[in-house]
Design a protein around this ligand. Structure first.
Ligand code: NAD
Length: 477
C-alpha cells in the first residue's frame, strides 16, 4: 500500500518496475508548505527506455475483453483505496478532502466507462460497390490503435484527468507514457500501482516523473511516440503542437469561462451554483466560473446573494472535513492572483468580498465594476476570483461571452427558450450548459474546447476516436 509519508522517495514506473533516480524533486504539502515526499527525475535514457518498452508491449496480445477486465478491476481497486487517494490529493494538491473523494469517485467512473467502451470499438461497412467498376468489391473499416501515446497532465485534477487519458488509450489497445504534473505526481504513481494489481500487462503504462520541459522535450524528440494527448496551459499546448510535427495531437487547454444570468433566472439557485463552481478547488478548474454577466434588472440582488453564499465557505486545512476552500497549488500562483486583483482595483474594480491572501491561500474574491479588458476577465485567472458585470441586451451579452481567445464551456441561466436557442447557436464554445454554471461535466460526455481552449474531445468514447486510426479494408472478389 502506497502511503504519502514525509521524505519518502517515489521511483519512476518503467516496464512494471519502480526505478529510483539519484536526482529527485520535492513534493510539498500545499497547505503546510512542508516537504511531503520526493519524486524521481527521469533523464533521457529513462524516457527512451520507457518508449521502447511501450512499443514492445504493443506486440503482446491484449484483447478488448482483457482490457475491459483490467479497467473494471482497476476502478474497483481505486474505490477500495478511495480514502487513501483522497488524503494524498488533499496533501499533494491542497484539494479539500470532501472534494478529493468526489474526484476519486469520478475517476473510478471514468475507468469503468473506458472499460465499457473497450468492447464497442468498431468500424463500418463502406459501399464501395456503388462506384462504377467496383461491383465485385466489398469494404469495411476497422479502428486500430495509434500505438505509443504520450499523455501529459496538469496538477488540478490529477487522478480523474489522468484516467481520462490512460483509460481510453488502454481501452483502445495503445501503450501510454504518462508524464504527470511534477507537483502532483504521487497519485499518478499510485494509479499505476492499481493498474498493475488489476493485471495490466507490463509496458502498457509507463510513468515518468520530473521536469515537464525536459521530459516533454525527450518525448517530442523520439519518433516512436505516435500521439500526444495534453491537458494544461495554452502556452505548453502550443509548444507541443509546434514540435509534434505530423503526429496526432489532442489538446485540452484553458478558459476564462463565462456564465450568463438572465433576468428570469432563479437568483438563489444561480448564485449558489456560481459560488460553488467559481470557488471549487480554489478556482483551479479549467471550466471554473470566472466571468459572470448578470442582467441589469437582477444585478444587485444577484451580487448580494452571491456574497452571502460565498461568505459561508470554510477556508483552511484541506484535510479538515469542514473545509471548502484550501490553498492554491503554489505560493507564487496565489501572489499572481493577488497582483491581478490589485491591478483590477487600480483600474476601477470594486472588491465585494475577499481580495486578500494568507500564504498560498487566496480568499474567495468577488469583483464588480469590472471591464472586459482587465486581466481578471480577459485572461485565465485559474484562482478563486469571480468577476460580475451587468448587461442590458441579449446580443450584447452573447458578444461579450464570445469576445475571448478561449471557448471551452459557458453557462446560461434562463427559461427563455428563444434566448437559450440563440445562445446554443451563437456562443462559440465546446459546450453550453443551460440552467447551470459553466463548470458542469460528467465523464462520458464529449468535452473539449474551440479557439485557444484546444482541439479534440475527451470522454472515453470520443477520446477513443482520437486515439485510434480508421483503416479501410477492401476485398476484390
Ligand atoms: P502546465 O501547462 O503548466 O502543465 C501541464 C503539464 O505540462 C505538466 O505535466 C507539466 O509538467 C507539463 N509541461 C510543462 N512544460 C512542458 C513542456 N515544455 N513540454 C511538455 N510538457 C510540459 O499546466 P498546469 O499549471 O499543470 O495546469 C493548469 C492549466 O491546465 C490551466 O490552463 C487549465 O485551464 C488547464 N486545464 C485544462 C483542462 C481541460 O480539460 N481543458 C483541464 C484541467 C486543466
Amino acid at each position: 500500500m502506497t502511503v504519502l509519508t514525509l521524505e519518502k522517495q517515489y521511483g519512476l514506473y518503467i516496464n512494471g518496475k519502480q526505478e529510483q533516480t539519484a536526482e529527485t524533486m520535492e513534493v510539498l504539502n500545499k497547505y503546510t508548505q512542508e516537504v511531503a515526499a520526493h519524486i524521481s527525475v527521469a533523464q533521457k535514457r529513462h524516457v527512451d527506455e520507457a518508449i521502447k518498452g511501450a512499443k514492445a508491449a504493443l506486440k503482446k496480445p491484449f484483447a478488448p475483453y482483457a482490457r475491459y477486465e483490467v479497467l473494471m478491476k482497476a476502478a474497483q481497486l481505486l474505490m477500495e483505496r478511495c480514502e487513501e487517494f483522497a488524503k494524498v490529493l488533499a496533501i499533494e494538491v491542497g484539494k479539500p478532502i470532501r472534494e478529493s473523494r468526489g474526484e476519486i469517485e469520478r475517476a473510478a467512473q471514468t475507468l469503468q466507462i473506458s472499460a465499457e467502451e473497450a468492447k464497442r470499438i468498431h468500424g463500418e461497412g463502406v459501399p464501395v460497390e456503388a462506384a462504377p467498376g467496383s461491383e465485385n468489391r466489398m469494404a469495411f473499416t476497422v479502428r486500430v490503435p495509434v500505438g505509443v501515446i504520450a499523455a501529459i497532465t496538469p496538477f488540478n485534477v490529477p487522478v480523474n484527468l489522468v484516467c481520462h487519458k490512460i483509460g481510453p488509450a488502454l481501452a483502445a489497445g495503445n501503450s501510454v507514457i504518462l508524464k504527470p504534473a511534477e507537483v502532483t505526481s504521487i497519485c499518478a504513481l499510485m494509479l499505476a500501482d492499481i493498474l498493475e494489481e488489476a493485471g495490466l500487462p507490463s509496458g502498457r503504462l509507463q510513468v515518468l516523473t520530473g521536469s515537464g520541459a525536459e521530459i516533454g522535450g525527450f518525448l517530442l524528440e523520439n519518433k516512436d511516440v505516435n500521439m500526444f494527448t495534453f491537458t494544461g496551459s495554452p502556452k505548453v499546448g502550443e509548444l507541443i503542437r509546434s514540435k509534434a510535427g505530423l503526429r496526432k495531437v489532442a489538446l485540452e487547454l484553458g478558459n476564462n469561462s463565462a456564465t450568463i444570468v438572465h433576468k428570469d433566472a432563479n437568483i438563489a439557485q444561480a448564485a449558489s451554483l456560481v459560488a460553488q463552481k467559481g470557488f471549487n478547488n480554489a478556482g483551479q478548474v479549467c471550466i471554473s466560473v470566472q466571468r459572470v454577466y448578470v442582467h441589469e434588472d437582477i444585478y444587485e440582488a444577484f451580487v448580494a446573494v452571491l456574497k452571502e453564499k460565498t461568505e459561508t465557505f470554510v477556508i483552511g486545512d484541506p484535510l479538515d472535513e469542514k473545509t471548502d476552500i484550501g490553498p492554491m497549488i503554489r505560493l507564487r500562483e496565489a501572489e499572481r492572483v493577488e497582483a491581478w486583483v490589485n491591478e483590477a482595483v487600480e483600474q476601477g474594480a470594486n472588491v465585494e468580498l475577499g481580495g486578500k491572501r494568507n500564504g498560498a491561500i487566496y480568499y474567495p474574491t468577488i469583483l464588480t465594476n469590472v471591464n472586459d479588458d482587465m486581466k481578471v476577465c480577459r485572461q485565465e485567472v485559474f484562482g478563486p476570483v469571480v468577476s460580475v458585470a451587468l448587461y442590458k441586451e441579449i446580443d450584447e451579452v452573447i458578444a461579450k461571452v464570445n469576445d475571448s481567445d478561449y471557448g471551452l464551456q459557458a453557462g446560461l441561466f434562463t427559461n427563455d427558450l428563444q434566448f437559450a436557442m440563440k445562445a446554443a447557436r451563437e456562443i462559440e464554445v465546446g459546450g453550453l450548459i443551460v440552467n447551470d454554471a459553466s463548470a458542469y461535466r460528467v465523464d462520458h460526455m464529449p468535452y473539449g474546447g474551440v479557439k485557444n481552449s484546444g482541439n479534440g474531445k475527451e470522454g472515453p468514447k470520443y477520446a477513443i476516436e482520437e486515439m485510434t486510426e480508421e483503416r479501410i479494408i477492401v476485398f476484390n472478389l
